[in-house]
Design a protein around this ligand. Structure first.
Ligand code: SR1
Ligand code: MG
Length: 423
């Protein structure tokens, strides 16, 4: 396959013929394409994902489609998202080495990336639904977020390079548009593609849509997302974008990468741990999930602690960008001034992340793109009860974020709401 042929979607049947002479793929899995085994395993909302295995190994071939897979060709989506994913992965690897799959090949016209086959990794969301406690995720994800968010910002980068990169990613318009609508607006009105567990949640949904403070907060966050080009975000950092083994953690799928506020990635990620927490009741039939719930709250605490510690470490050792320059602080013997500024920056991230987390919870229950944590709860009454608790939690942390001063407070609130009989 050369970059000169027009785009054509791959299939299980055509992949070996079309990529059989691809040097990068042959070098990785073996030259005899007739012996390759190909499976399509994409379970995300947008793309084709193939596992290709040959005599000497395996690889992932990921290809964008010219439309949203979840909805079909009535919703066209440009192939260039593959270009942004490729460039985001290369930056993430440079800023947080070992945290993303290795890239073997990229073809912009075919919108395909050939990358490392992570095995025996599984999607983190699936592991959490199964009730698996993974010992390293908080450390690994906390480090990933601190390193990518700090090193992709004006705290670290040469400003000319950052502005050039900002211009490059500014063209990821259509994927931003998905986030801007699906996350920040659609859940709060009767948007066409919305769905929720009905009729159980109808009353609560009407209440949320009539909640002026909540809608104002959601729009403040949308404003922040659209206007605060602070750093290169992963842009879709949920538990379906992370692959794990008991020991290893890798972030995948950064096709939504865009320059936005640091708190967006952190808030979205933590929201997914809290949603997993509220969904555990629905997966309890094979045994109690008390330990799993406690584990998830610990993961939240540790992720935030690791993020803060690493961010602070980078602030003290790698603050080479044009923001809070050392000439204003340390170079004048004012280390305390630098610490005060660090405290302000972390405080701002904290403040905003609770808002982003709250609305991420809402959109996964009220919008188009739901998550398997709740969707795999077959009993609809039980599912609705888990979702209702999560919705209430999401509203509280989004609207009252200024009155919440620690992660323990948030976890205590989650634990209290979770124990309520029914909502
Ligand atoms: C139409 S795309 C819906 C969602 O899937 C992706 O994973 C993003 O989370 C997006 O919001
Ligand atoms: Mg994805």
């Amino acid at each position: 396959m050369t970059g000169k042929l027009p785009f054509e979607a791959l299939s299980v049947e055509t992949l070996s013929t079309r990529l059989g002479t691809n040097e990068a793929l042959c070098a990785k899995i073996g030259k005899d394409a007739s012996a390759w085994k190909v499976r399509e395993v994409g379970d995300g909302n947008l793309n084709l994902v193939f596992i290709v295995e040959g005599a000497s190994g395996g690889a992932i071939v990921k290809q964008a489609l010219p439309y949203v897979r979840l909805v079909g060709d009535s919703w066209p989506l440009p192939l260039k998202r593959s270009f942004f994913e490729y460039h985001a992965l290369t930056r993430q690897e440079a800023r947080a080495p070992g945290s993303v799959p290795a890239i073997y090949y990229f073809d912009e016209v075919q919108a395909l990336i050939i990358m490392e086959y992570l095995s025996p990794h599984i999607i983190l969301r699936r592991a959490l639904i199964e009730g698996r406690q993974l010992p390293n995720i908080a450390r690994d994800i906390g480090l990933f977020m601190a390193r990518t968010l700090f090193r992709g910002s004006d705290l670290s980068m040469v400003t000319k390079e950052r502005k050039a990169d900002l211009a490059l990613f500014a063209d990821n318009v259509e994927l931003c548009d998905i986030t801007e609508n699906l996350v920040f607006s659609d859940p709060y009105f009767d948007a066409k593609m919305n769905r929720h567990t009905s009729p159980q949640l109808d009353g609560l949904v009407a209440e949320l849509r009539a909640d002026r403070d909540l809608k104002v907060e959601a729009q403040r966050l949308k404003h922040l997302f659209a206007a605060n080009a602070e750093t290169l975000l992963h842009g879709d950092l949920h538990s379906g974008s992370i692959m794990v083994t008991d020991q290893e953690t890798r972030m995948i799928d950064p096709e939504f990468a865009y320059y936005g506020p640091m708190a967006f990635d952190v808030g979205m990620l933590l929201a997914n741990f809290w949603m997993s927490f509220f969904s555990q009741r629905g997966h309890e039939q094979k045994g109690k999930r008390d330990a799993m719930r406690a584990y998830l709250l610990d993961v939240v605490v540790e992720t935030w602690a690791v993020f803060r510690a690493e961010f602070s470490h980078l602030w003290r050792t790698e603050r080479t960008g044009m923001l809070y320059q050392k000439s204003l602080f340390e170079d004048q013997g004012d280390r305390l001034g630098a610490e005060q500024a660090l405290d302000n920056v972390l405080h701002q991230i904290w403040d905003d992340l609770l808002g982003f987390a709250g609305i991420e919870v809402h959109r996964r229950i009220l919008g188009l793109a739901h998550n398997a944590d709740f969707e795999t709860i077959a009993d609809e009454d039980l599912r609705a009860s888990c979702e209702a608790k999560a919705l209430k939690f999401g509203r509280h942390i989004a609207v009252n974020r200024r009155q919440i001063h620690s992660i323990d407070e948030v976890n205590n609130l989650a634990a209290l709401i979770e124990q309520e009989n029914s909502i």
